[in-house]
Design a protein around this ligand. Structure first.
Ligand SMILES: Cc1cc2nc3c(=O)[nH]c(=O)nc-3n(C[C@H](O)[C@H](O)[C@H](O)COP(=O)(O)O)c2cc1C
Ligand code: SF4
Length: 436
């Protein structure tokens, strides 16, 4: 049955960008004794009980992440909101911030109280200019009403929020690359440990959370952690904001309980309204998540465990179904171009190996595929695992493996068209790319 609980998107279309409207809709009610009577540990405990898990892709339990942030180190604690949103198919955070910026501010006040943070940075993809303007306007309204700044609500709690524009690199969504970029360095991931919770921005304890994760907090404290937990599955509480694009009748941003069947999200008139054409496959959680065949999609539920059971991932909740008119070889080639372009270049298996996969894929779509290319691609994909600083290289390896395994004939048909296919693949057979 279709679902109507709206934790993060309830104010969409209601002009909640204005603080007066946001307040009329019940906003900022948690910035009161409801919050300030709780200790930091009680707030963290409530977030743990809610079952909230990070919505940026990895699904790490938020309360547990917060509990790792050390107290009394003598250094400031920072909160960083990850609003970089560069994964192909993912566009929910952009809408969340544009439609309901005060909910993000309210969520940040709750997080700051819990973590003892004096300042937060919202790291936003630089291209989201109208969204950045909306955020800045909302932040200045919140300062105007003394919800930010010194001595909030007459307490000794003071808190500032800064919006930082990124320069539009996908890798800057990875939390340690984001921190480097925020500090003014090259946006390249750092080796972990230390994890940001212990040593992040300016070598201080730093909590990096996704926009949607923070925006769930006002509802949790307005209703109750238990009510939030009850919306989801036994292993993850709440709702999820899904981005549905591709061959559906109504692409868009839709919020639903965790655990909803995938086909309900794709077919219900409340959500994406049905597949446009005959379904050939579904990318279930963002471009790096392994593709599902229609019979797998029919069994899938939209939650962390449901998708893991089908050997894929929940990811960022970006669902992209495609129909039988689509060319899966071209789809994978596009992903190869993207991940190769976005490699930061630090690790050889990523810089060289992802670039190599891209060039082999380019050769296949250009009619220069060779016998053995599919084995070569599968072997490359295998070699990314565990050999790189961050998961960007495996993020190409996973779709390479899934697409070739599940749609092998489509790839073989391309290769069969090359009369030279039996001559061995040498590096000189592959046209040099920009990064060769
Ligand atoms: C290449 C790459 C890109 C990422 N991009 C984003 C992003 O745009 N937004 C995001 O919230 N998390 C992104 N992540 C995940 C972050 O590293 C981090 O796990 C997340 O921001 C933590 O927030 P959460 O616990 O609230 O999910 C990315 C990770 C990788 C490896
Ligand atoms: S895996 Fe790729 S993107 Fe990640 S740190 Fe290594 S080279 Fe950079």
């Amino acid at each position: 049955m279709a679902d109507t609980v709206k934790v993060c998107t309830g104010n969409f279309g209601k002009r909640a960008q204005s603080i007066h409207t946001y307040r009329k809709l019940g906003g900022y009610s948690t910035v009161s004794s409801k919050l300030f009577d709780l200790s930091q540990f009680e707030v963290i405990d409530a977030v743990m009980r809610s079952g909230l898990r990070g919505r940026g892709g990895a699904g790490f339990p938020t309360g547990m992440k917060w509990s790792f942030v050390p107290r009394n180190t003598g250094k400031p604690v920072y909160i960083v909101v990850n609003a970089d949103e560069g994964e192909p198919g993912t566009f929910k955070d952009h809408f969340l911030m544009k439609e309901d910026p005060h909910r993000l501010i309210e969520g940040l006040i709750i997080a700051a109280w819990a973590l003892g943070a004096r300042s937060a940075y919202i790291y936003v993809r630089g291209e989201f200019l109208p969204c950045i303007e909306t955020l800045n306007k909302a932040i200045s309204e919140a300062y105007g009403e003394k919800l930010l700044g010194e001595n909030i609500g007459g307490t000794r709690f003071s808190f500032d929020i800064f919006v930082h524009r990124g320069a539009g690199a996908y890798i800057c969504g990875e939390e340690t690359a984001l921190i480097n970029s925020l500090e003014g360095s090259k946006g390249q991931p750092r080796l972990k440990p230390p994890f940001p919770a212990v040593s992040g921005a300016w070598a201080s304890p730093t909590c990096v959370n996704n926009v949607e994760t923070i925006m769930a907090l006002p509802w949790i404290f307005e209703n109750s952690p238990e009510a939030y937990a009850a919306l989801g599955t036994p292993k993850a509480g709440g709702t999820k904001v899904f981005c549905v694009s591709g061959d559906v009748k109504k692409p868009g941003v839709y919020e639903a309980r965790l655990g909803i069947p995938m086909m309900e999200m794709l077919e219900s008139s409340e959500f994406a309204g049905g597949i446009d054409g005959d379904l050939k496959g579904v990318i279930p959680g963002g471009s790096s998540t392994p593709v599902l065949l229609p019979e797998e999609a029919a069994k899938a539920t939209l939650d962390y465990e449901g998708l893991a059971a089908l050997k894929t991932m929940f990811g960022s909740g970006a669902i992209t179904p495609f129909n039988t008119t689509r060319d899966v070889v071209q789809i994978l080639n596009t992903l190869g171009n993207f991940y190769s372009h976005e490699s930061c270049g630090q690790c050889t298996p990523c810089r060289e190996g992802v670039g190599y996969a891209k060039r082999v894929l380019n050769a296949i779509v250009n009619g220069n595929g060779r016998d053995g290319d599919l084995e070569l691609l599968l072997s490359l994909a295998d070699q990314y695992n565990g050999t790189t600083i961050c998961p960007l290289a495996p993020a190409l390896g996973m779709p390479v493996t899934a697409f070739i395994t599940k749609y092998r004939r489509d790839f073989e048909e391309y290769i069969a068209k090359n009369p030279q296919r039996s001559s061995p693949r040498l590096n000189s057979n592959i046209r040099p790319g920009a990064f060769w």
